[in-house]
Design a protein around this ligand. Structure first.
Ligand code: C5P
Length: 234
């Protein structure tokens, strides 16, 4: 898959999500469904968005014993999503089991990406509460390498980490990067942000963009601006 813009549809209900997507008329943006929407509406919202013709990144961040994750992934795979994810902190056995669960009878499967270290975790919390010594960036690279060696397709990380992740992981390993803002938009609660154009220069494969599109007075124009800056070749 080439570079693309994924819209984080962080809405509390199916009605709001489908109303929002109806603004896009003939266009079919790649959509991220997170825990809020999934827990509110269940698998039916995934089916409805898929039937409407969108690609889907189902962001449920699984983390449990390998057998449980394997069986849960088999269920998600039947929903025919394009990308799903888990916490790389679950370890290589959990990641391998997840891949087994995701793989369908015909050998096809959704892409599987790993969450490395949540961006809400700072060095102090990581050192003192999670008992992981060292710098956050080193932990991110270590999880990315483990995910790559375990056969995952990529990781979620900051665009600022994309280049380094590519350098320590196998060829073609994907970086899916939130924390994207236009120069002229609100940062909100994101601390380290990057523009779509800068994310492209830094080598991100997919940008995940929420509020700069969903809270824009003209979401379609904001989405097209992301496509122009991140995807379109000069
Ligand atoms: O609105 P905004 O553009 O900040 O949305 C970013 C999306 O990416 C949200 O759905 C958020 O949960 C998700 N995300 C993130 N940082 C991470 C992992 C996921 O912002 N490290």
């Amino acid at each position: 898959m080439g570079k693309d813009v994924i819209i984080a549809c962080d809405f509390p209900s199916a009605v709001e999500t489908l109303d929002f997507l109806s603004l896009f008329k003939g266009k079919k943006p790649f959509v991220k469904i997170g825990m809020e929407l999934y827990y509110a509406e269940g698998p039916q919202i995934v089916r409805a968005i898929k039937e409407a013709g969108h690609k889907i990144f189902l962001d449920l961040k699984l983390h449990d014993i390998p057998n449980t994750v394997k069986r849960a992934m088999a269920v998600l795979s039947r929903l025919d999503v394009d990308i799903c994810n888990l916490h790389a902190a679950g370890g290589s056995a959990m990641m391998s089991a997840a891949l087994e669960g995701l793989t369908r009878g015909d050998g096809s499967r959704p892409l599987l990406i790993g969450v490395t270290q949540l961006t809400s975790t700072d060095e102090k919390t990581m050192n003192n509460e999670l008992l992981i010594p060292g710098k956050v960036e080193d932990a991110v690279m270590s999880y990315a390498r483990l995910a790559s060696e375990s056969g995952l397709d990529g990781v979620v990380c900051s665009p600022l980490e994309a280049g380094k992740v590519h350098s320590v992981c196998r060829e073609g390993f994907l970086t899916v990067t939130p924390g994207v803002r236009f120069d002229d938009s609100e940062k909100g609660d994101q601390a380290r942000v990057t523009t779509p154009a800068r994310a492209k220069e830094l080598g991100s494969d997919y940008i995940v963009v929420g509020r700069p599109i969903t809270s824009s007075p003209d979401p379609v124009a904001a989405y097209e601006r992301c496509i122009k800056d991140f995807v379109t070749e000069e």
